[in-house]
Write a protein of this length. Structure first.
Length: 402
């Protein structure tokens, strides 16, 4: 064992996948409460990478693999965005031969290798009693795997896309929505000045919540989402109608990065490179739509072409400090996780459901997909959100599992 265990044991925290505002507040909440309850807390660096690359040798320098967390350290970072213990998209169950850590290369020689046994041994070597992964469905899916292998896991959902099953809310979503609305309002001045159609591409690989909510809030006229293959000509006609009704002569569409046009069989990728979970880097569908709008526009604008402004929001909505909700919810999630640990409960995902904090079996992460209920919330003819009643809906309207 590398570190002497505290009176009640050791809790390890990691953050995996994309960064979002709210991770540091969650780490802070867990650490402060755990320390006061008598636990030692360590942060595993770079998601699953740190514990995968850990060297089980008391003489080894593992300072870039984990860090002992203190109140002073987490208080300093707790109000900021990002994750100070860093993140990655490492998948220990699928490690390419070239990326196998040096200490394991004599043992793992396949083109693709499962290092889960080493991860478990490393956690045991560190004396970890409970593991708290904070991440999206990819990160948490591996948490489910470790729980099945006997590790005591309590998970916290995080992703701007808000698509982790079992919970109405994932850390990062509110700040993403807030920033998207702000940037729509900022860029609309340029669109109005030039009488153009503004095309904004936002995150959302499989779920369109990040495009739907700002549009429902009035930030955009239309939105296209991964759950429905849209007709580019129909979109153009609708946006031109919106533009004509607007005294400032512009209109706005939000485009999920995973959206596809009718007749297309795959999403638009920046390159052929894929991450450890098999996901290519999306980006560019907004630019293609922008070109299609210009192409179709003369047909619905008396023969005159309408120019567009295309902007990919990207990391601008995931960087910077968390908003109020992404400061409060991570604090509550962290304390929920500690509540479970203090009761000796594990194998759970802390959640928000129907406006109340709760927890669910961790395997809910792998049991289903969480996407927009198109029939219930998306008008296929108008390419925008619709609703029948807001009564008894969750805070973010369409974020609960149907």
């Amino acid at each position: 064992m590398v570190k002497a265990k505290a009176k009640k044991g050791t809790i390890a925290i990691l953050t995996g996948g994309g960064d979002v505002p709210g991770l540091n507040p969650a780490i802070r909440a867990i650490t402060i409460r755990a320390l006061r309850e008598g636990y030692q807390v360590i942060g595993l660096r770079r998601g699953w990478a740190g514990i995968t690359e850990f060297v089980r040798d008391k003489k080894a320098d593992n300072s870039d693999k984990y860090i002992v967390l203190t109140e002073e350290l987490v208080n300093k970072a707790g109000r900021t965005g990002g994750t100070f213990i860093h993140t990655s998209r490492t998948r220990p169950s699928h490690v390419p031969k070239a990326e196998v850590p040096e200490q394991y290369r004599n043992k793992y020689k396949n083109e693709m290798n499962d290092l889960t046994d080493e991860v478990i041994k490393n956690l045991e070597y560190l004396g970890v009693d409970y593991l708290i992964p904070i991440g999206g469905d990819d990160t948490l899916t591996y948490g489910v795997r470790l729980y099945a292998e006997g590790i005591k896991v309590v998970a916290i959902p995080k992703t701007m896309d808000n698509d982790v099953p079992g919970t109405d809310y994932c850390i990062g979503f509110s700040t993403c929505i807030t920033r998207t609305i702000q940037m729509c309002n900022t860029l609309r001045t340029s669109a109005g000045s030039h009488e153009r159609i503004l095309v904004l591409e936002v995150f959302g690989r499989y779920a369109g919540f990040t495009a739907m909510l700002p549009t429902m809030a009035g930030a955009a006229n239309r939105c296209v989402i991964p759950e429905y293959k849209f007709d580019a000509e129909l979109l153009t006609r609708l946006l031109i109608e919106d533009r004509e009704k607007n005294p400032s002569r512009y209109s706005v569409v939000l485009v999920s990065e995973g959206a596809m046009m009718s007749g297309s069989n795959e999403m638009v990728f920046r390159s052929g490179e894929k991450d450890a979970y098999g996901h290519g880097k999306l980006g560019g569908i907004g630019e293609i739509i922008s070109d299609r709008i210009k192409e179709f526009s003369p047909k619905y604008n008396k023969g005159k072409r309408i120019n567009t402004i295309y902007q990919q929001l990207g990391y601008l909505v995931r960087g910077g400090d968390p908003d109020a909700i992404d400061s409060i919810v991570p604090m509550a999630y962290g304390n929920l996780a500690l509540d479970l640990i203090l009761k000796g409960i594990h194998g759970r995902l802390v959640v928000l459901r129907n406006g109340r904090y709760d927890n669910a079996p961790i395997d809910v992460v792998t049991s289903t997909n969480k996407v927009v209920d198109v029939k219930r919330y998306y008008n296929l003819e108008r390419l925008r959100p619709h609703y029948k009643s807001f009564e008894f809906q969750p805070l973010f309207i369409m974020t609960g599992n149907s």
